[in-house]
Design a protein around this ligand. Structure first.
Ligand code: MLT
Length: 392
């Protein structure tokens, strides 16, 4: 008899963002005349920048001519894009070789797939509140999860101590959902811990482009010692509006070895078996993000989201609500007013103000009593939401 993966029975019935989408759909079905202000899932609202659109058109033309046509792409990424990403790092003073960069179809896909590199007996340490896909991917794989709760007391940036024990460590900085960012000293504490015990850090840098404070690290490879203990997973979803276009990249240093196995070589072996690469058209367009003009244009969009953050923060300040994030990250993490539970606050905002946010409990038990706003909505919706929030 076939036995399905019984680990699925340990998952929550539905994925957080799917659950929210279902609830909002049900609300709209009952109230078809209402317009919702969507500050829930971190999905971008601005279109792709002009440089990327031109790249997409040109790449489509390339596919129309036998002399420029591309069939299967190299599994680990097109050399032109691997070089563009590596040069982008090197331009910021972070030494990354072209063949340490792997092109992926997005950070969330990669965060699940990369677990193939690690034995099931490894424990995964997840700092909570956390992006729920970390937990779900590990539950599906049947791995033991070490939940490390964080709070306002440690600025949502816990450090390892003598009781910390895990082989895989997830760090998301700037953090989704709290917006907290590890500074160099704190990140070094995790790097030293990983090197001392032989664990590996999976560093989710999906929001690095939102860091304003230049003293904060945008890559874990800015930290001494990281090349022997870390994998960095990054994405153009939030940086360049690729949520629907799909493209990410992963950096695995050649020095990263465990039990005589080089993780970079293992990932080449994995990708060459399990993928046929990301589409030529998308990779060619993604290259435009790393040109000076592409960088200028994506930062114009990022600044619009940053203005959204200011608009929400002003409303929360006026309402006397405590929050973190918003400055170096596109999320604002607030304490629910009046001691409300996070799903209770979700219902209140939806029913009374037609605002959709994300309940903190969805990011782990210690997120109960908190709530997250995304700043990726349209400026018009964000301003209207802020006006309504001020009434809180
Ligand atoms: C979020 O809202 O946390 C993210 O948009 C989800 C994602 O990137 O998959």
């Amino acid at each position: 008899m076939l036995i399905p993966n019984m680990n699925y029975s340990h998952l929550k019935t539905s994925y957080l963002f799917y659950n929210i989408a279902q609830r909002t759909k049900a609300y709209l079905a009952e109230h078809p005349d209402k317009k919702l202000l969507r500050l829930g899932i971190g999905d971008v609202s601005l279109p792709l920048c002009d440089a990327v659109i031109k790249g997409l058109h040109q790449a489509a033309e390339d596919q129309a001519d036998a002399s420029t046509f591309n069939g299967y792409m190299p599994e680990c990424g097109a050399p032109f894009l691997r070089t563009a990403v590596a040069e982008h790092y090197r331009g910021r003073g972070v030494q990354v070789a072209d063949d340490e960069v792997f092109i992926s179809s997005g950070a969330s896909d990669e965060l699940g797939d990369i677990l193939d590199l690690f034995d099931r007996s490894n424990r995964s340490l997840i700092i909570e509140p956390a992006y729920p896909a970390y937990v779900d991917a590990n539950v599906m794989a049947g791995r033991e999860i070490v939940h490390v709760p964080s709070s306002l007391d440690n600025g949502f940036l816990p450090l390892p101590d003598e009781n910390t024990a895990a082989e895989l460590i997830y760090i998301c900085s700037p953090n989704n959902p709290t917006g907290a960012v590890f500074d160099r000293e704190k990140l070094k504490a995790w790097v030293d811990f990983a090197n001392a015990g032989g664990s590996v850090i999976l560093f989710d840098a999906a929001y690095e482009a939102f860091i304003e404070d230049e003293s904060l690290p945008r890559s874990i490879f800015e930290i001494e010692g990281a090349r022997t203990c870390a994998i960095e997973i990054c994405s153009l979803s939030k940086t360049a509006g690729f949520t629907g276009t799909r493209l990410g990249y992963t950096v695995i240093p050649h020095e990263l070895e465990r039990c005589g196995m080089k993780l970079n070589d293992m990932w080449v072996r994995n990708r060459t078996t399990k993928t046929n690469g990301v589409s030529y058209i998308i990779q060619r367009a993604a290259c435009e993000v790393f040109t000076p003009e592409g960088q200028r244009q994506i930062h114009e969009n990022i600044n619009i989201y940053k203005n959204n953050a200011k608009t929400i923060m002003k409303a929360l300040d006026a309402a006397g609500i405590e929050y973190t994030g918003g400055k170096n990250a596109p999320y604002i993490w607030l304490r629910c007013p009046g001691g409300m539970g996070s799903w209770e606050f979700f219902d209140k905002l939806l029913n009374e103000m037609q605002i959709v946010g994300t309940p903190g409990e969805g990011f782990g038990r210690c997120g109960e009593g908190f709530f997250r706003f995304s700043t990726f909505g349209s400026p018009e919706d964000t301003e209207e939401a802020a006006r309504r929030l001020a009434k809180l």
